[in-house]
Design a protein around this ligand. Structure first.
Ligand code: AMP
Ligand code: MN
Ligand code: MN
Length: 325
């Protein structure tokens, strides 16, 4: 795999123009990796553009991602970039549908470098660096940074990398928390990163409105007869009532119940567009369950979008989940 990292670094060295993007509904790993790689390539004096969805950026405002550093307006990016002038680097996206970018901008790329850690990655790039044993894409980008920067890692790169790792390991609680991850975090702390601050922002604080929504969601909690599957939902009406659509952290309430193997959150994004978030504890491979509904992800955290009503989706997914417990 080290060979592939070297191959990508060679492409970076030999080319000048890059566009970096993460996945739809970006999380801390997506935003952190895009931020860190963009800054890394800028240090190397590359012409690099990055697109970050404005709607997902707010919880990560502590990263001081400046407006002028990234594009948050897809139309503006499209106007500023010419077809075939750039190499597209996609981060944390298991397939092309997950890539958070205007389809024309995907199509018009000179080539695609796909860097990811989902084992079900469809290898849609010209070059695919897919390392499923890495806790976060940020862990992979850390390895690029170490190879490409000879001096101490700048704080502006270390902090987004730590954010990605902390997000995807659930603040170092999930089973992807390897000793390698802890060593990297120690290095990032030595570069000035305040782990407490990041943990507090991502896992240790919640807006008042989001807590109201959490209460409404918790009131919908249901368990299968054997107690191995637990689910809750968030309807449009509930989001309207709580005045927020922030659902981060809700699915773990179902997953964390004693005796539960699979926890599910159903979010009614539109009347017939239900986002299904799946989490498991010890053995259920929820990425396979997600694949039954054209989704994907990791064995312990996966998702899909189902175009049926909320109740139809709950019935279908819970029934399918029973095969896995
Ligand atoms: P979420 O429940 O949105 O936090 O997603 C958990 C994981 O599932 C993410 O890390 C994604 O890799 C994956 N995932 C979520 N939604 C989808 C989807 N529609 N298609 C493929 N993978 C997904
Ligand atoms: Mn992600
Ligand atoms: Mn990730």
């Amino acid at each position: 795999m080290q060979k592939k990292i070297k191959e990508i670094i060679k492409i970076i060295d030999e080319n000048d123009n890059f566009l970096i993007v993460g996945h739809v509904g970006a999380d801390g790993d997506s935003i952190g990796s895009v931020t860190a790689l963009t800054r890394l390539l800028r240090i190397k004096n590359k012409k690099v553009r990055a697109y970050l969805n404005r709607d997902t950026l707010a919880p990560f405002s502590f990263l001081e991602v400046k407006g002028e550093e990234f594009y948050t307006d897809s139309k503006k990016l499209k106007a500023d970039i010419s077809p075939n002038e750039y190499i597209l680097i996609t981060l944390d996206s298991g397939n092309l549908e997950r890539v958070d970018l205007d389809p024309d901008l995907i199509k018009n790329a000179q080539s695609i470098i796909n860097i990811d850690h989902h084992e079900d990655n469809s290898c849609f790039g010209k070059i695919n660096l897919v390392q499923a044993d890495r806790a976060a894409v940020a862990e992979i980008i850390y390895n690029f940074a170490v190879e490409m920067i000879n001096s101490k890692l700048p704080f502006a790169i270390a902090e987004p990398l730590a954010t990605g790792i902390i997000t995807d390991t659930g603040a170092l609680r999930y089973e992807n928390t390897t000793s390698r991850v802890l060593k990297i975090l120690a290095e990032l702390m030595d570069a000035g990163v305040d782990i407490y601050k990041i943990n507090k922002k991502i896992f240790g604080s919640i807006s008042y409105k989001a807590l109201i929504l959490k209460g409404l969601a918790l009131a919908t909690l249901t368990r299968s007869e054997d107690g191995k599957i637990a689910w809750l939902y968030v309807s449009r009406q509930m989001m309207h009532q709580a005045e927020t659509d922030y659902t981060e952290g809700l699915v773990s309430m179902a997953r964390d119940i004693e005796g539960v193997e699979i926890g599910i959150l159903f979010t009614e994004e539109e009347e017939k567009e239900i986002k299904v978030s799946l989490r498991s504890n010890f053995y259920a491979e929820v990425n396979q369950l997600a694949a039954e509904f054209n989704g994907g992800g990791h064995p312990r955290a996966a998702g899909a979008t189902v175009e049926k009503t909320l109740q139809q989706t709950i019935n279908l997914v819970v029934e399918a989940a029973k095969k896995y417990v």
